[in-house]
Design a binder for this molecule. Structure first.
Ligand code: FCB
Length: 451
């Protein structure tokens, strides 16, 4: 059996983070509140009653964190901008001090040979937009997101060449507005949630156009976690079934972005609850991407099922596979390869990057000698990256990989217990301790080869 393990020299090796999860400093330098700064104070929302007021203190400690990135050899850093640092009320008044912070971060990255990849929306909506307009329920919010995107791209021109508009529609829409697990923590009926979904798609397209207009040299795309489908056996009928399943099961988000339409199967399934939209909306939503970011944590196995109406059957996660732990799921490593291949065959994106991937998640601990030996994370990365190497080898245009995450951080409502970083954080002292996986990653980058 051939094992693929080599990556090209120019491959971007990065790590990723999100503003709320790492920054702290919720009101510093004129920042306005985001929905998270309200949500995390509401009793019962956050595990262990923690909040993001300090988190990893990355707002102040970014020079130290960037020095650690350099030590590992990273060539990319994906981070998100907190919208409410730039526009404290989400619209209107611009906050130069907040913008200057991100300029300094970008300058520091570039000085260290690290390419900034900026996410414009990683779920921390300015609170004023939620309070005054109902957040993403309102079409007006879309307009303000476009204005914010435009301003950021103007300000960061020459510093940032790559943007992701939004991160993960499913969480931003469903988990926030339907399941109520993350901010703003609402449980809206289906019809209204579908409208939120549509507005987020429209916000993505609007921001993409705004970035292009403000900085034609910049590349823009989105970071999305579609449901990945892996054919149970690599034979033509199962591969065809997995492709069909991928397109249809992602009809509400990624397929709409890539094809400029909601598939009939989606509209029929939603019936009277389907979103209201126009042809003009769909044109904006499907503005061609320069780069497609895939967040890879889940993957389902699929088989061809001619006896069933859809022609495919998905093996749903079974209780017997569930690993006891925090935020852990039944990941199918083969989706590293099949995710890229299916997306490529369906839509031929110009460029794919893995915008997030990692072990989901561990309760890493410092041992008696002060070190963190996360061998389990290394095991998972070794397998995942070998499968990704196959995609690269087959000339699928995968150009980079961002590990989630650089450091341990605040895993949203799950609190600080689940740890995802290459770097351990002692939350009492804010000490950073590179884990064994950071050493492994360093070696991977140095050699361009999975070992
Ligand atoms: C992704 C999110 C990221 C983090 C990881 C573990 O879905 O984008 O912020 O929570 O999962």
């Amino acid at each position: 059996m051939t094992v693929y393990r080599d990556f090209p020299e120019k491959f971007i090796w990065g790590a990723a983070s999100a503003s709320y999860q790492v920054e702290g400093a919720p009101f510093e330098d004129g920042k306005g509140a985001s929905v998270w700064n309200e949500f995390d104070k509401r009793p019962g929302t956050m595990r262990d009653d923690v909040n993001g007021d300090v988190a990893c203190d990355h707002y102040h400690r970014y020079p130290e964190d960037i020095a650690l990135m350099r030590e590992i050899g990273l060539t990319g850093y994906r981070f998100s901008i907190a919208w409410s640092r730039i526009f404290p009320d989400g619209r209107g008044r611009f906050n130069q001090a907040g913008m200057d912070h991100y300029k300094r971060v970008c300058e520091e990255l570039l000085k260290n040979g690290i390419e900034p990849y900026v996410t414009l929306y990683h779920w921390d909506l300015p609170l004023a937009l939620q309070r005054d307009l109902g957040g993403w329920e309102s079409r007006e919010c879309v307009k303000y997101f476009g204005e914010y995107a435009s301003r950021v791209a103007q300000e960061l021109k020459g510093l940032v060449k790559n943007y992701f508009t939004t991160n993960e529609f499913l969480a931003a829409a469903d988990v926030a507005y339907s399941m109520g697990l993350i901010a703003p923590g609402l449980k809206l009926p289906k019809k209204r949630v579908n409208q939120v979904r549509h507005h987020l798609l429209l916000a993505h397209g609007t921001a993409l156009q705004a970035v292009h207009a403000a900085d034609p040299a910049a590349k823009a795309g989105l970071a999305e976690n579609p449901s990945f489908m892996v054919p149970i056996i690599d034979t033509p009928e199962h591969v065809a079934a997995a492709k069909k399943a991928f397109r249809e099961e992602n009809a509400r988000f990624l397929t709409a972005v890539m094809e400029g339409k909601y598939l009939d199967c989606y509209l029929e399934q939603e019936g009277a609850d389907a979103p209201c939209f126009t042809d003009a909306d769909m044109k904006i939503i499907s503005t061609p991407l320069d780069l497609l970011g895939l967040n890879l944590y889940f993957g389902k196995r699929v088989r061809s099922a001619p006896e069933q109406p859809k022609g495919y059957a998905i093996f749903e996660e079974q209780e017997k596979h569930r690993v006891t732990g925090i935020a852990d799921f039944n990941f199918e490593p083969a989706s590293m390869y099949w995710g890229c291949r299916i997306v490529n065959e369906l839509w031929h994106p110009k460029e794919i990057v893995i915008s997030e991937n990692g072990k989901r998640s561990l309760v890493d601990m410092q041992e008696a000698d002060g070190q963190v030996y996360d061998d389990e994370r290394i095991k998972v990365l070794r397998l995942n990256l070998t499968l990704l190497a196959r995609a690269v080898r087959e000339d699928i245009p995968v150009r980079g990989y961002f590990h989630w995450s650089l450091t341990d951080n605040l895993e949203w409502h799950h609190g600080f217990r689940p740890r995802f970083g290459l770097i351990y954080i002692n939350y009492t002292t804010q000490q950073r301790i590179p884990k064994l996986s950071a050493q492994w990653f360093k070696e991977l980058i140095r050699t361009g080869r999975v070992v």
